[in-house]
Design a protein around this ligand. Structure first.
Ligand code: SF4
Ligand code: SF4
Length: 329
């Protein structure tokens, strides 16, 4: 039932017993669907890498009632957490703050990594599904998700944007068109976007934006020179136009800024943080650059962490509750 080699790949000891009394809710309230249609009972495929089914060949109901999902849930209920990746799961990294089952069921759509940008920290080539059999196949997966949502009465949260841009992707736009057509009252949305297409899509998908809770926008610099170097294909001017738009519009959702901190932009952290006040946004996240296999020299990119000035910036930012500093220390 369990793919041992997969767990070995992630260096997860499946014989362990963590004796955790709190019950993590993710295997009970979350499903993540990846670019191959594989479904996972956690927020991240690297945290709990066992697939519980595949939407390409199964309906959602079958995946959610699968023996594999029940088996993973059992490993939480017996307190062992033996299939969880202790080294990577953010909840297990901060023991004691495991989140119990949420009222809403979360679907994380990570089925299309199409993007209008090509950031060096994320990819080496432009990736965009614009037509053909792949687009047709992914739209069919969306149809299955939509069919399932139509039958639910429990609140549902849809999270899109961990892999590509939700507003550039034709697959995700197809989903949002379905959401507009169905006008679900029991569904809310969270997006992670590069921000280039926000004002355009806001006007197109009004129903969805009215039910959005958090709009996460990646901002890797506070000047055009740095931003456009790190967000290849992006326009700093357009980003600020979209910020201006969000400042003026009567929005019900929060806007969170996200910065991938690296060699050429760490000194701009305070300036990015100041954008919160300038545009009336709610929160800023600073994440140290990670190695995503895009041929970057991670040691060179993170050399600055030993600089006094950088540590002063970090200490200053950490005084404000609106700043979230992840993996920076
Ligand atoms: S403890 Fe972490 S890895 Fe395990 S199910 Fe919960 S979120 Fe996933
Ligand atoms: S905007 Fe986001 S998804 Fe698109 S290339 Fe950059 S990091 Fe990747």
């Amino acid at each position: 039932m369990i793919n041992k080699r997969l767990f070995e790949h992630y260096k997860i000891d499946t014989n362990k017993n963590l004796h955790i009394q709190n019950r993590c809710g993710r295997p009970f309230d979350t499903v993540l669907i990846d670019s191959l249609g594989s479904c996972y009972a956690c927020e991240c495929t690297a945290w709990l890498p066992q697939s519980i089914g595949n939407i390409q060949v199964q309906p959602m109901e079958e995946i959610l009632s699968s023996a594999k999902r029940k088996h993973l849930q059992q490993s939480i209920d017996d307190h062992s957490y033996r299939y969880c990746n202790q080294a990577q799961c953010s909840y297990l990294q901060k023991l004691g703050i495991l989140e119990s089952e949420r009222q809403e069921f979360t679907i994380r759509l990570a089925i299309d990594n199409s993007c209008n940008l090509q950031c060096p920290s994320c990819r080496t080539d432009r990736i965009f599904v614009s037509r053909g059999v792949v687009l047709t196949r992914k739209k069919a997966w969306i149809d299955k998700v939509v069919e399932w949502i139509n039958k639910q009465t429990r609140p549902i949260r849809i999270v899109i944007g961990s892999d590509g841009d939700p507003f550039a992707s034709l697959v995700y736009r197809y989903f949002m068109t379905q959401a507009e057509n169905h006008q679900w009252n029991h569904v809310t949305y969270d997006f992670q976007t590069n921000g280039m297409l926000v004002s355009k899509m806001y006007q197109r998908y009004q129903w969805v934006f009215d039910r959005t809770e958090v709009l996460n926008i990646s901002v890797d610099g506070s000047t055009a020179e740095v931003y456009e170097k790190l967000r290849k294909g992006g326009s700093f001017e357009k980003l600020l136009e979209n910020f201006q738009f969000l400042q003026n519009v009567k929005r019900k959702f929060q806007v969170h800024l996200h910065m991938v901190v690296q060699k050429v932009n760490w000194h701009q952290m305070p300036a990015v943080f100041k954008m919160l006040d300038r545009y009336g946004f709610e929160r800023a996240y600073f994440n140290l650059i990670q190695d995503w296999g895009t041929n970057i020299n991670i040691n060179e990119q993170t050399e600055f962490v030993n600089q006094l000035k950088y540590n002063e910036i970090k200490a200053e930012l950490s005084k404000d509750i609106r700043a979230r500093l992840h993996q920076l220390s």
